[in-house]
Design a protein around this ligand. Sequence first.
Ligand code: ZN
Length: 373
Amino acid sequence: MRCMIIVSCGGCKLMRIRPKWLFLVNLNRNVFLIFFYNDKRLEIVEDFSYLGILFNYNGIISKAKAKLVEQARRAMFSIIQKSRKLNLTISMQLHLSDTKIVPILLYGSEAWGVENLKILEQFHLKFCKFILNLKPSTPNCMVYGELGMLPITLQAKSRLLCYWSKLLNTKDNKICKILYKTILHLHNSNIHTSPWISFVKCNLDELGLSEYFINQKVTNLRHFKSLVKTRLQDHFVQNWNNSVDNSHKCLVYRMYKKVHCFEKYLDILPHNLAKTLCKFRTMNHSLPTDKGRHYNIERCERKCTLCDKHSIGDEFHYLFECDFFSASRKKSVPKYYFNHPSSFKLDDLMNCKIKSKLIKLALFCKTILSKLK
Ligand SMILES: [Zn+2]
């Protein structure tokens, strides 16, 4: 029989969670206790897996999160392998991630979602950058922008708040409701500060839904769920717009990326060309504007060295102006775009949905990227 001892302060308690497993809680730091069950001495372990969550003796959930990431990593490799074999579209791979990887990462997050979720966020972004073949240094706002994706932390918050609403509607004699009411009472009386309750209150306040917490009542669960989801999404998109508008890395990106949505070219184009165009759009290149950043050269000095125009070597210059690529440009881009080019025309070209036009554009980007390696 294995058990876990959680050391805290106070007395000593024995909890029977399931007939098979026992959780023993030693509440006195200074006394070493030996536990017996049916005359058998119980083994003391540092951590214990219960219902898929790894509980640690110190109550810290970081080991559990690391374990979930490890399990999700196995699912990720399997999805990547199968996606390559079956030549699945990017949107299909994202769908598989949402249905197979995210549920693993967020398993039980209704209880521990108040913790720092950076490790999960990083893993999820790593997967997205991997399927798009992007550098790890690619700005996150560009990844979220190209995939029209929401951060995993938002889903964790939504799950936790929905669980809270369900808890309110649970029968009073259920143990989870009794515990919730007890913790809420202790929290409101300033006897014990509950991070879980503080998290619920704080997030409802941020979403403009304070009245639900004040009244401790959610009558329509479905309406509450959709309200939470919409508000969280609205908040994120607002922050995403701010990031794109204010990031110095997004100077050109914001000319053609104005709406947070999945970019259709990722599915329209063959994989290799979709990845090339994605790299060009998201600064995964060695254009002077990006290269100069590594050498701390002022942006206005990051000039194109392939022509005599002394222009800044950015995406706009190479797509529409640079004389070095004149011949390729004439073959790949309709004259309308590079004849009196403008940010409006760049936006129009980059958001084109016609496959033949997109293929030519991606091939032109490929030519530019291979020259500016
Ligand atoms: Zn040039």
